[in-house]
Design a protein. Structure first.
Length: 312
């Protein structure tokens, strides 16, 4: 069964989970975590979204993101691509770092904001890594308590729900989080509502979101989306697609990019031609070649299918 498309709703709040491919680690030292912080900050500045809570675990990440006009898909694609590129460079590796598509559940902020922030910041406690959330240095909890400053983390909305006086708000927040320390895994924050896995909220909220989503035109995949994913898959830079010669990896990557472009109607071969320095007929033939080769090459076929699915 095909996956349902992402639901975009300006000002919507999402619980996002990014997991390492095959449960592998995504952070190898504190330098990696600091780099991830930097990318989160640059993302908020570039795309205008807010991060209300986060927790960096060893092999996965939890985020509470409130989007603006830019869709969550675009935000997460940029974050995943740039961080994967960093890890591949540091670890002298190539390929995917994260497991397929990130998990995202749109959450009714009026009903679930406080509980979601608490749930995210208590992850290290549930994992028996620490006794109290303030002991864990890689979440937003300590910033809420005023122990440290994280400029890209938005804390005022949540704290204002406890008090307009900052000291009292932090006390109220701390007590609220402490009250949930014995709570276990809560499935709804991972799988949404019973009848709509993309959304957590009552029927009225779900109907409102879906009605809005149905009224919006579908956003097209961009040529940039395709080039980023193909280059990541093949462990190359975009400039390599334009390099002279017939190095097989580069040639195959160009062919796969052309095939994806034709499959998704993301752009024209003329646009790809300007990026790669190959004429339209060459790119068209390259797309036909990889499609034909994939019939007998299960590795290539799997890569092509995975890339296409990642763009849906």
């Amino acid at each position: 069964m095909a996956r349902k498309p992402r639901v975009h709703y300006p000002t919507a709040l999402y619980h996002v989970i990014m997991r390492g491919n095959a449960s592998q680690d995504i952070f190898f030292d504190n330098e990696d975590r600091i780099r991830f912080y930097l990318l989160l900050q640059e993302g908020t500045e570039k795309y205008g979204h807010r991060i209300h809570a986060f927790c960096l675990m060893t092999n996965h990440v939890h985020l509470a993101i409130q989007v603006g006009d830019i869709s969550l898909s675009r935000i997460m694609q940029n974050l995943a691509f740039r961080y994967t590129k960093w890890i591949n460079w540091r670890q002298n590796r190539s390929g995917h770092l994260f497991q397929g598509r990130y998990k995202a559940v749109m959450v009714d902020a009026d009903s679930y904001l406080l509980e979601l922030v608490r749930y995210i910041h208590l992850n290290p406690v549930r994992a028996n890594m620490v006794q109290t959330p303030e002991e864990y240095p890689w979440s937003g909890h300590r910033a809420y308590l005023g122990i440290e400053i994280i400029p890209w983390l938005t804390t005022d909305w949540v704290l204002s729900l406890f008090s307009q006086i900052s000291t009292q708000a932090r006390i109220g927040y701390r007590d609220f989080v402490d009250q949930g320390k014995d709570d276990g895994y809560q499935q709804e924050y991972h799988s949404g509502s019973i009848h709509e896995s993309r959304i957590l909220g009552d029927d009225t909220f779900i109907d409102k979101v879906l009605t809005h989503a149905e009224s919006q035109p579908l956003k097209r995949i961009s040529l940039e989306d395709i080039l980023q994913r193909v280059c990541l898959k093949y462990g190359i830079e975009e400039k390599d697609l334009k390099a002279p010669g017939k190095y097989r990896k580069h040639s195959e990557a160009r062919g796969v990019a052309a095939w994806l472009l034709l499959e998704t109607c993301a752009a024209t071969l003329s646009e790809l031609s300007r990026v790669t320095g190959r004429d339209i007929s060459t790119l068209s033939n390259a797309a036909k070649v990889v499609k034909f080769r994939a019939i007998g090459d299960h590795v290539l076929a799997g890569s092509m299918a995975e890339l296409k699915q990642s763009l849906q």
